[in-house]
Structure formats: structure tokens, C-alpha cells
Ligand binder design. Structure first.
Ligand code: PTJ
Length: 279
């Protein structure tokens, strides 16, 4: 049995009620061990888990609307680029390659905590998932985008630098703002509708990347071959401000519903109700 399989069978019992969540967390932990995920990526993942609770761990209607608009925008773009960081490479490597293929987009590694070791580890993950072309690999060939001081400013001259649209999953807000100011259309994937990334993007998909990547790829497939005018109408009809508002509203309603219940897990509620009757 491989070390990985042994760890999984020891710590991740398949019948655990939170198996799916633990499995995803394990991917991040393995990514950290493999030098793919930054230490701060562990914290970012925890924040994502917390927000996922508050959206009911499901793809809500506004997220579906954002996915459709994002698919249409990807198909309209001339030079779409998907920006890849450590968390994304650890969580959805195959899905990234699949989306890049159907949307004819390029994959570019762009790291906040940039080191040559991490770059190389992420490249291996993407290659293992079937990626043929990966941009952002030669630091000496990179160019800088203005109004950004983090290492994320270094971008590939064949990728983000000339892109008309950039997909930024699990991103930090500074770069999203800089990309916007650099005239790029930005699609963000972020479970936190309050994050600066979510607020600065043109289209924000407030959903777990694990759930929305396959849906986005499917939507691109569904819409491919659609007349450009119709695609443009889909994009024009989408309003990110309204969509974020709806997501925040859903979170509020969900929390109000939970507040009314107090104990929302049916089995636990039943046990406590029975205990009360016994007294
Ligand atoms: O790999 P690097 O060096 O480029 O660094 C990547 C991280 C993620 C560490 C860096 O971009 C960072 O610090 O990001 P932030 O500012 O923590 O933002 C990450 C956002 O992603 C937060 O708003 C989280 O709520 C959100 N998030 C975390 N996990 C998920 C998620 N959104 C969607 N799906 C998730 N699974």
C-alpha cells in the first residue's frame, strides 16, 4: 500500500459524516507536504470551509447565474488565461486542464508566495493532470503589471500580460484590483462575497471551486457554438453587484433559518428533545 493510501485509510474513514470535506482538506494537506500549497494556503482553505458552511455547502442559484455569465465571457474572449496558484493546483488540477481545453484558455502559474521550488512542484501537478502548455515558468522572462507590489505582479508576456480575460480562483484582492485597472476582464471564484477579490471582479462565482469548476466546464461546452451576439447578451444581462447582493442575502436567510432551529442536525435535535421528555 502506498504511503498516501495508508494515510487515507488510517485517518479518513469512508463512513465519516464529513468525509467529503475531510477528503478535500486532505488534498490541501498533501499539497502542502508536496510544496504545492503555501503555509498561508492552509489558512485560506479554512476560511473557505467556514464560508462554505454559510452557503449551505451547495451551488446556489446566483452562483449558477455567475457560472453561465463566466462561460459566455470565456467564449467571447480572444486571449483568456486561467491563473493557477498552489491551492487551486492541489484541489482541482484535472478540472483546470479540462476547463482550459474547452475554453481554449491558457494556464499560467502565478504565485503570491513565489519560490522556484513551489513553481516546479505546481508544474509537476499540472503536467500530471495532463497540461501540455503552462505559462509563467521562466521568472527571467516575466514582465510586470502596474500598480501591484506583490510578487504576483510578474506575469507571462504571452499570458496574463496580453490577456483580455483572466480567471482568478482563490485570489488575493490586490491583484484583482490591479488587473481591473490594467483593463482586464476578471472572473473570480471565491466563497467569500465580502473579499476584495469578490468585490473587484467583473463576474464573481461565490461557490466552492471543487463544485463549480466541473459546472463551468459543462456550461462552456453547452454554450460553445452559440452566436457571439447571444453570448454578449448573457454577459450584459449579468450584474455582479446584484449577484453578490443575492449571495449575501442567501447567507443571511440560511443563518436566520439555522438561528431559529438552534440545533440544526435532525438526529441531535431528536436526541435532545427525547432527553427533555425523560426528565
Ligand atoms: O499559492 P499562492 O502562493 O499564490 O497563495 C495562495 C493563497 C490562497 C494563499 C493566496 O492567494 C491568499 O492568501 O489568498 P486569500 O487572500 O487567503 O484569499 C483566498 C480566498 O479564497 C478566501 O476569500 C477564501 O474564502 C477563498 N477560498 C478558500 N478555499 C476556497 C475558496 N473559495 C472557493 N473555493 C474554495 N475551496
Amino acid at each position: 500500500m502506498s504511503k498516501e493510501k495508508e494515510t487515507r485509510s488510517r485517518f479518513l474513514p469512508k463512513d465519516h459524516p464529513r468525509y467529503v470535506s475531510l477528503d478535500i482538506r486532505h488534498r490541501i494537506m498533501k499539497g502542502f507536504d508536496d510544496n504545492v500549497v503555501a503555509k498561508a494556503g492552509l489558512i485560506a482553505h479554512g476560511r473557505g470551509e467556514a464560508f462554505d458552511y454559510v452557503v449551505g455547502e451547495q451551488t446556489n442559484q446566483p452562483a449558477k447565474g455567475a457560472i453561465k455569465a463566466a462561460a459566455a465571457a470565456l467564449l467571447l474572449a480572444k486571449h483568456p488565461v486561467i491563473s493557477v496558484n498552489g491551492n487551486v493546483a492541489a484541489l482541482v488540477p484535472k478540472e483546470l486542464v479540462a476547463l482550459a481545453e474547452v475554453a481554449k484558455a491558457k494556464l499560467e502559474i502565478n504565485l503570491f508566495y513565489h519560490t522556484e521550488e513551489r513553481l516546479s512542484a505546481i508544474k509537476s501537478y499540472l503536467r500530471g493532470a495532463g497540461a501540455k502548455e503552462i505559462l509563467g515558468l521562466q521568472m527571467e522572462d516575466q514582465v510586470s503589471i502596474p500598480e501591484l507590489s506583490s510578487l504576483r505582479r510578474h506575469v507571462d508576456p504571452e499570458g496574463i500580460y496580453i490577456a483580455d480575460l483572466v480567471v482568478v480562483p482563490l485570489e488575493d484582492g490586490d491583484r484583482t484590483k490591479a488587473l481591473k485597472k490594467f483593463q482586464k476582464k476578471v472572473i473570480a471564484i471565491d466563497l467569500n462575497p465580502l473579499s476584495r477579490t469578490a468585490q473587484w471582479a467583473d463576474i464573481t462565482i461565490v461557490d466552492n471551486i471543487i463544485r463549480c469548476m466541473p459546472l463551468l466546464t459543462e456550461e462552456v461546452k453547452n454554450l460553445s457554438g452559440t452566436d457571439a451576439q447571444i453570448l454578449q447578451k448573457i454577459v450584459d444581462a449579468f450584474n455582479n453587484r446584484e449577484n453578490l447582493g443575492k449571495m449575501i442575502e442567501i447567507m443571511g436567510e440560511y443563518l436566520r433559518d439555522l438561528a431559529a432551529k438552534g440545533i440544526y442536525i435532525p438526529e441531535a435535535a431528536k436526541v435532545f428533545a427525547e432527553m427533555k421528555e425523560d426528565v
